[in-house]
Design a protein around this ligand. Sequence first.
Ligand code: CAA
Length: 379
Amino acid sequence: MDFNLSEEHLAVMAAARDFAQNELLPGVIERDTAQSFDPGLIRKMGDLGFLGMMIDPQYGGGGMDTLSYVIAMEEISKIDASAGVLMSVNNSLVCWGLQHYGSDAQKQKYLPSLATGQMIGAFCLSEPEAGSDATSQHTLAEDKGDHYLINGTKNWITSGSSSSVCLVVAQTYPDKKHKGINVFIVEKGWEGFSVGKKEDKMGIRASDTNTLMFSDVKVPKENRIGDDGSGFKFAMTTLNGGRIGIAAQALGIATGAYELSLKYSKERKTFGKPISEHQAIQFKLAEMATKIEAARLLVYKAARLKDAGKDYIQAAAMAKLYASDVAMWVTTEAVQIHGGYGYVKEYHVERMMRDAKITQIYEGTSEIQKLVIARELLK
Ligand code: CAA
């Protein structure tokens, strides 16, 4: 498999790095503390094309490949993982899902605004009793002829308050279990759709995560995505690609923490010399760099397989499983290398350690990734 980056890939990397350094780095600590993301930054991400990277240009997207997307995700998450998750959900779950499974009318209506960041999308699968066990949907979508009536609650929804358009997974035929599930495009502001509690999270604090409530929300029939009962397949397929994005986010967090540690180790002196000259630190740096490189190869491999139209389910799950563990391990070591300084906000690595944890949880926990990998192995 060819991992050489083209001129285009290098240009995407440079643009994302530039944006992250110049626009995201100033204020990243304040946004984490305030638990809020600047809408102006979302608009800039949209203007620069980071919110609909893989979307066909006819719908306002960048028409780029998955590899370009993971390269940008890594650069942005290196500095600000909260920006990373907003970008990941909008690109891979909402825009990509709509592009591949939406009707022409749905694409025309929603993609141009979503792919350019004029509107932000949310992916509403999780419920109080349906996180890992995604088939156990309690949200109901009753077929009322020309419309559906949606009732239920969705939890831990990324961009829950900042989104304008939500892809909502709901059960239409409970007897049919997962084959009775549908996905609907639901707009904020529709009667009966309300935004509930905002979560006070350990990490990715600048990204808003909310409960969303649906009480007799009337959704026109034309807003169902795909065939009747195809919603679970839509959710699973979309999540396969989403996992590549989260793996790239984890890779970015790990790389960010590693680069800060490398720099710090050359500046900080103990026992009369920079700590980088102590073997204890050298061993840590070497192991960090090795694990990051291995994670990057898995992420790039999953992206390349997706771009080649090959099966990438297992590769995506492996990339997410490994990269998220690497992010957790590397950020913990980064705090250790920084010592007391690592434990305070100013040095960034404590935030990165908090941010890393979620990559082992969302879009399928590490245990779910192992199930997915094992299912593929045993097929
Ligand atoms: N890709 C494609 N299809 C899949 C699939 C996959 N990875 N996994 C399952 N399916 C299909 C199966 O083939 C089967 O289809 P058929 O009936 O047509 O054969 C169907 O889905 C049901 O499969 P199972 O009976 O195996 O389902 P299960 O109940 O055992 O669950 C699971 C399988 C892998 C555990 C699945 O429920 C899962 O992935 N759970 C985790 C969900 C998840 O990632 N949640 C995170 C929430 S989203 C989020 O975090 C977004 C955010 O805001 C950041």
